[in-house]
Every structure is written in structure tokens, then in C-alpha cells.
Design a binder for this molecule. Structure first.
Ligand code: NAP
Length: 305
């Protein structure tokens, strides 16, 4: 699979991350097949979070991959912390405790990347910095990033944190593309011009922070998949036409649309179906034309002023 450099780091990683949020829906045998298929296809970057399946997803993954030192060196492991029942928590104590538990569940000594999952209203950047320093010096975490953060929240962290923020995981799909459409509709009197993210797309490009789009097939907030969905007839017709041209599935084209953006994003897939995963991976070989990219953008209802 095609690779990209993650943020300002020297990490050369697959252009797709395999999301593990839903792997607790799989049996042991299915999980083993899923992980094995990923590895054979070169998809060796796995995205976790301490809350997925209440911790079960990390354990299921470690079992499925038969974690040992040899396997560990062949994969990239990313996990997240900071979400707790009824609150978000970026306190030093919580970050350190969470990472210890993540490492235990994944049966490893280190994470390649730790992301702070959702902005904590009570964040104290100095505390985050102390936690990151400790995690880095102990070798438990090699690189750091964030998720769902806007430019000023990242800048605030950077005032104290000395490690580079190399990734920002954000919700982005063809049907949830406000971060793109607000840049196309600057200063217009329409809903697309509304900045919900403080120009995070341009900020990440300017600062070499890799955007990791999450839920690349969902519309709304986990409302469902837009592909083959009657709610999106124009979009599906457009995607199907382009899929036929390339002789690939609509799944492949939906990922190829994200990969065509010049920000060098690393989408995080969520499927637990091996055929669909392979279809996602196929997208790394396709480069949509400018005309195709805009046709899909418009067919989803995204407007040009
Ligand atoms: N940072 C954050 O705040 C955050 C939030 C949410 C998720 N994430 C990460 O992002 C990853 C992806 O999220 P997601 O699972 O919501 O993403 P997704 O890839 O948009 O959705 C996957 C779900 O859609 C289903 N699906 C149905 N038809 C599909 C098709 N044609 N192509 C692909 N999927 C289809 C899949 O079912 P099958 O399994 O049957 O294919 C699966 O249940 C997660 O695993 C997690 O790692 C991060």
C-alpha cells in the first residue's frame, strides 16, 4: 500500500489506518482473519482508543494478532485517551494511568502514537506537557497527536508541550465535509461558509499535521452509511458511475475521494468486513481527476458559490 510521512515525524506509515472501534463485533476466528488480511495487504497501522468496547477492542486485537515482540516491531499502534464517563479528562494523572492500561491491554511496551481523544474544557497545557514528557522519557509513547481539536486548541497545547503534534483525527467524509466546503465558500451568506472548526484543514496543512479522517463512510453522527443509501440518490449515482469507470466498488471510490485531497490525509477505516477492507485499500492505487473529485463533492450537496 502507498505510504505517507506522518506529520513532521520520520514515520513512514500506510496511507490508510485500520480502525478497531468495532472489532468487538467479531468472533475470535473472524478477528484473526481480519487482522491477518490487513497485515497481508500492508495495512499495518491500527487505530485504537481506551474506550472502544470499554477496553475490549484492544484486548481482542492483541489476541487476534497473537501479540509478541516480533509482531510488535512490524506494526504501528495508535491509541487515544481522555474520554471518561460524563467528562473529558486531560489531567496528568488520567493520561498516565490510561496509557498504562492501554499498554497492558495491547500487551506491548509502547505506543507509536498517543492521541488526546476529545478537547477537555478544563485542560491545563502544563499538565499535559508533564504527562507527555514522562511518557516519552519512559519509552511508553514515541509520538503524540490530538483528535477533534481546532487550531487554537492545538496552539494552546503547543505553548507547553515540546513534542510535535503530528496528527489530528477529525470526522470527515464526502457527506460530512464542512471542513472543506467552508474554505470554498469564504464570506458567502450560506450555511457552507460557516466555520465550525477554525480553518483546521488549512492549519494542519500549514503546520504539517496529518489529518486522519474518521467515519469515512458515515453521514451525520453515526447515523448510517451514505453508500447505497436512498437518502443520497445523486451522490450514489455519481460514485457508481466513477466506480464503473475504474472497475472498482463504490467503497473504493469513497476512500479515493478523501485520498485525492492534497492535504495527504490518512483516513481511518471502520469496516470489520475483510472484503470491504480490501476495497478501501485498493483506493490507494487510484487518483481521481479534478473533474471527478468535484463531481462527487457537488453530488453530495456541497456547493460552489
Ligand atoms: N477520534 C474520534 O473521535 C473517532 C470517532 C469515531 C471513530 N474513530 C475511529 O475511526 C474508525 C472508523 O469509524 P467508523 O467505524 O465510524 O467508520 P466508517 O468506516 O465510516 O463506518 C464503518 C461502519 O460502516 C459499515 N459499512 C456498511 N457499508 C459499508 C461500506 N460500503 N463501506 C464501509 N463501511 C460500511 C461497516 O460495516 P461492516 O463492518 O459490516 O463493513 C461499519 O459498521 C473507528 O474504527 C475508530 O478507529 C475515531
Amino acid at each position: 500500500m502507498r505510504t505517507i510521512k506522518l506529520g513532521t515525524s520520520t514515520l513512514e506509515v500506510p496511507v490508510l489506518a485500520v480502525g478497531c472501534m468495532r472489532i468487538n463485533s467479531l468472533s475470535k476466528t473472524e478477528a484473526e482473519r481480519f487482522v491477518q488480511t490487513s497485515l497481508e495487504a500492508g495495512a499495518n497501522f491500527f487505530d485504537h482508543a481506551d474506550i472502544y468496547g470499554g477496553g475490549k477492542c484492544e484486548e481482542i486485537f492483541a489476541d487476534a494478532i497473537h501479540m509478541n515482540d516480533e509482531i510488535r516491531e512490524k506494526i504501528f499502534l495508535q491509541s487515544k485517551c481522555g474520554i471518561r464517563q460524563g467528562q473529558f479528562d486531560f489531567s496528568k494523572e488520567h493520561i498516565l494511568e490510561s496509557v498504562d492500561k492501554i499498554l497492558q491491554r495491547l500487551r506491548t511496551d509502547y505506543l507509536d502514537i498517543l492521541l488526546l481523544h476529545r478537547p477537555d474544557a478544563l485542560v491545563e497545557p502544563d499538565e499535559v506537557a508533564e504527562a507527555f514528557d514522562k511518557l516519552e522519557s519512559s519509552g511508553k509513547v514515541r509520538h503524540f497527536g490530538v483528535s477533534n481539536q481546532n487550531p487554537l486548541q492545538i496552539q494552546l497545547l503547543r505553548k507547553s508541550v515540546k513534542q510535535p503534534i503530528i496528527a489530528n483525527q477529525l470526522q470527515l467524509s464526502i457527506t460530512n465535509a464542512n471542513m472543506i466546503s467552508n474554505g470554498v465558500n469564504v464570506n458567502m451568506v450560506n450555511d457552507s461558509s460557516i466555520h465550525r472548526d477554525g480553518s483546521i484543514l488549512d492549519f494542519c496543512r500549514l503546520n504539517d499535521i496529518t489529518i486522519q479522517p474518521w467515519s469515512p463512510f458515515q453521514y451525520g453522527f453515526f447515523e448510517g452509511v451514505f453508500l447505497d443509501n436512498d437518502k443520497f440518490p445523486e451522490l450514489n449515482a455519481q460514485i457508481d458511475e466513477i466506480a464503473a469507470k475504474y472497475d472498482v466498488s463504490n467503497t473504493t471510490i469513497a476512500i479515493a475521494w478523501l485520498l485525492r485531497h492534497p492535504a495527504n490525509m490518512q483516513p481511518v477505516t471502520g469496516t470489520t468486513n475483510v472484503e470491504r477492507l480490501l476495497d478501501c485499500i485498493k483506493a490507494s492505487e487510484i487518483r481521481l481527476t479534478r473533474e471527478e473529485w468535484y463531481a462527487i463533492y457537488r453530488a453530495a450537496g456541497n456547493i460552489l458559490p
